[in-house]
Design a protein around this ligand. Structure first.
Ligand SMILES: CC(C)(COP(=O)(O)OP(=O)(O)OC[C@H]1O[C@@H](n2cnc3c(N)ncnc32)[C@H](O)[C@@H]1OP(=O)(O)O)[C@@H](O)C(=O)NCCC(=O)NCCS
Length: 172
């Protein structure tokens, strides 16, 4: 059997920067949460694709912690990294920093963890390269990823009854 390939965590690092316009905001005059979630999914999917060199689908979003509001005129920088790999699944962490360039202020606005699954040419889950942490921070992200993956698997198994319930009751 051929050995599983490995890829450094840094190789997946993906950065996206964009301005926030008034059309991106809600009636509190801050960035609409759904808009930020779409931006997160986009940058995270690029990092996941970069890691495995295959098509990926978003399997779930573990969490999005909205820590501080983002205002129009601010610049949002999103950094996405593959932090943990299962067999065919990849965990991606996205850090979102908002910056007011004119006032030279930056703040951590949100953090998110998502799971992607790599698919082969028949759209079936396929093994991904194992992610290799190289720095102290990356080792921490990777090691804490084991516990997040465990919680995710437990949640998925507990959700089976819920999925069955809604599959049988589509009109609710
Ligand atoms: C994600 C998907 C491919 C999983 O297919 P599946 O047949 O259930 O796959 P499996 O049970 O073999 O699981 C494959 C891997 O995905 C992981 N996985 C599946 N569902 C998951 C979920 N909801 N959250 C986290 N991981 C999940 C499994 O733990 C497994 O990981 P591993 O290989 O690292 O051990 C399938 O559910 C799917 O296509 N969903 C829709 C995806 C989509 O359309 N996304 C865009 C949303 S708009």
């Amino acid at each position: 059997m051929s050995e599983r390939s490995k890829k450094s965590m840094s190789a997946s690092r993906t950065v996206k920067t964009q301005q926030i316009f008034p059309s991106d905001t809600n009636h509190h005059n801050t960035l609409f949460g759904g808009k930020l979630m779409a931006m997160i999914d986009d940058v995270a999917s690029i990092a996941a694709t970069r890691h495995c060199g295959r098509s990926v689908v978003t399997a779930s979003t573990d969490s999005v912690d909205f820590l501080q509001p983002i205002r129009p005129g601010e610049i949002v920088s999103m950094v996405a990294l593959v932090t943990y790999t299962g067999t065919s699944s990849l965990e991606v962490c996205v850090k979102i920093v908002a910056e007011n360039i004119l006032e030279q202020r930056k703040h951590l606005a949100a953090i998110s963890f998502l799971t992607f699954v790599a698919l082969d040419e028949h759209n079936l889950p396929v093994m991904v390269p194992e992610v290799v942490a190289e720095t102290e921070d990356q080792v921490w992200l990777n090691e804490t990823g084991k516990e997040r993956a465990k919680v995710r698997k437990e949640r998925r198994s507990k959700s089976k009854d819920l999925h069955q319930f809604f599959s049988n009751n589509l009109t609710i």
